[in-house]
Each structure stands twice: as structure tokens, then as C-alpha cells.
Design a protein around this ligand. Sequence first.
Ligand SMILES: [Ca+2]
Ligand SMILES: [Ca+2]
Length: 227
Amino acid sequence: MSRSQSYREGEAPDRRSKVTEERVALLVLSALLAAALIVIYRLSFENFNTKKTLKDENEALRKNLTVHTCPKCEEGWELHGGKCYYFSTRDSSWYQSRDDCRSKGGDLVKIDSREEQSFLELRVRKKMDYVYDKFWIGLTDSKEEDKWLWVDDSPLNTSFLFWNDTEPSNGQGSNVEVREGEDCVVMGRKSGADDLKCWFDVSCKIPYKSICEKSFPEKHLDTSDPE
Ligand SMILES: [Ca+2]
Ligand SMILES: [Ca+2]
């Protein structure tokens, strides 16, 4: 047996032991690494789930707020003061216009306040195509001359009236051709109305544009009790 061979054989148990220790250390490290990876993965998965839940909750809140704070009328209708308005640019008689409004679930507009008149006066002025362009409103004295009623049969409130100049004229004055009187009301003055006074009584048969009105759909209203 040579000396070098004896040396290698003498060293062999130590080397094997070292290799085994290194393997064990490697295994432990691998196990730790795997454990760390699992922990990181689980943490990021939980984080993702939390973010997703928060996102879903935010979306639900946003939808809820949209319904309660940004209500919308049906397409083509404009929201103002809790009512929906439809400005029809199709010219037709007062009766035909009223039928059209009713077929849409509303009626010709009833003006309940100076504020509403102000809103409508501005809107129709922007929608008028020419000087004599006007819009039907839901006011008439066709049942009894000079007894003005809204389409819901309520009488005209005399504390706010928006007759233009010498109106209602019932076809008297300059408009003498109208023999059967003027029993329906249009509104609008393209040049602007002094103190919002832009109502005119005219023959119900003349074709004009019109304003329909209806209540805001109840399903969108917030009926919950205030806390
Ligand atoms: Ca009349
Ligand atoms: Ca008149």
C-alpha cells in the first residue's frame, strides 16, 4: 500500500461526513427557501383578495351613490328640480302635442314656480329656430273663456303670471283673423323675455313645438330614512 493511498483512505470518512453535512445544510436551506416562497405567495394572494374585495366594495358604494346623488331621467328627457322635461321640436296642435306627451308617460308642462319658469324660459330660448318659434305648455281656457286651468285641472295661480305684454288677448287686438279665440298657451321669446313674461294665448290648432313634463321615476328616489 502506497503512502498516498493510505492518506486518501485515512481522509475518506471525514470527506464523506463533510459531504453529508453540506447536503443536510443544502436541504435545510432549500426547505427554508420553499417555506419562504410559500409564505410570500400566500401573503400576496391574501393581499390580492383584500384589494379585490375593497375594489368590489368601492364599486358597490359608487353605484349606490350614483343612484342616489346623480339621478337620471329617461333618454331624451332633462332633469330639473326633481322633474323630467322633454322638449319636443316636432310642430303640432296643442291637443296632438298633449297626446304625444301622454303617450310618453307625462303631460304638457305645468309651471308651479318662478324658478321653473326661469329654467324653461332659458331652455326654450336656446331651442328656438326663428323669432315666432314657440312651445306649448299645459295651460288652457278651452272649457270656459278666461278661466285658465292647467292640464291637471288646477287653476292658474295668480300670484305668479308670465303673460307677455297684452296677453292673454283671446285673438283680439292685432290678431283679428282668429275668430274662434285663443284658448291654449305657448311660451318663448327668442329675443328674451322681460321679467320672464313670455306666455301667449294662441289658437290651439296652430302647430308649435312643445314641453312635456313627468315626475322623476320613483325607483331612483332615495326613500330611506335619514339617520
Ligand atoms: Ca281664450
Ligand atoms: Ca294672444
